[in-house]
Design a protein around this ligand. Sequence first.
Ligand code: CP3
Length: 343
Amino acid sequence: MAETKKLMRALAGQVQDVPPVWMMRQAGRYLPEYRATRAQAGDFLSLCYNPDLAAEVTLQPIRRYGFDAAILFADILLVPQALGADLWFVTGEGPRLSTITTPDDFKALRPVEDIHETLAPVYETLRILTRALPRETALIGFAGAPWTVATYMIAGRGTPDQRPAHALMAADPATFDALIARITAATIEYLCAQIEAGAEVVKLFDSWAGSLKGDAFDRYALDPARQIIAAIKARHPGVPVIAFPREAGGRYIGFARATGADCVALDNSVSADWAAQHVQPDGCVQGNLAPHHMVTGGQALVDETRRIVDAFSGGPHIFNLGHGITPDADPDNVQRMIDAIRG
Ligand code: CP3
């Protein structure tokens, strides 16, 4: 049967006149219906662990805009929580976790096979979505990449330069490597369970890959992605994987070939023309409109959207932002972007 989903066609390498489009954080605070459902759930984590409401917020941007893909509503920090870390969110500030800085902290973590106990509601959200989504909409599952997840587990919060994680890597490489290995193994089990529950594509978010340089990039961004993708492909051969080594710069070149990813997602610090020349020859790329256009709008939004579509028109492309849409975005600007792509 011919593939009806535009996103799946792009991931299979097809070049399309109109690229598929979705947005990172498309279910989020810029939407009034999201804020209402989150209030109904009580708080962000309760929303993540409530399958009916998490499915509802996943569907909201699909109903409003008809995106070509829905991304599971959850968070990358549910994996540390499933491994036994304490996790909470401070309003207006972001996540907080219990920290891993000593061998004993690491030893107190739960084994990989225990994660499903905590994560079962996420799989239920996916099962609901497989029944509720329009037939042309692809369903994306995701996880954080080991380095990015480790930066939060080590520091206990988001850090501008990931210094605590770099410090542990230098001071106690054995504990650091054991943590990366534990997260890698958990991520494989988590993503395979998401696929078994209905995810058709999975995406690996390495938001802080840009702070890894040289050999450290190979060891902690590239190699874990390669291991995770190989394990997924062994168990679920047909399921495409999108890798997002954010701010990898020159290291975007060859990343798909080295890891086996079907698509590399690009942040907006690289130009579309550069990426079309150096990254897209290896396969599908996703990106890379700067999120601030969703706030500022106007003709610049339309011009920049068309410029990106044109730049990537010679190969397989999924239109997206270069990072998540921000809470101050104007929902009308999202429609303007979609019209500029499909118009
Ligand atoms: O893209 C999607 O819409 C799917 C759901 C999703 C969320 N977070 C929901 C969320 C996904 C894929 C993520 C990924 C995520 N979470 C990343 C990697 C991508 C990136 O943004 O770099 C990271 C680093 C996190 C950790 C995290 N979660 C932080 C640092 C924060 C606080 C910052 C913020 O934006 O508020 C969150 C909270 C979070 N995750 C929200 C949403 C919709 C906002 C929570 C709220 O409703 O108050």
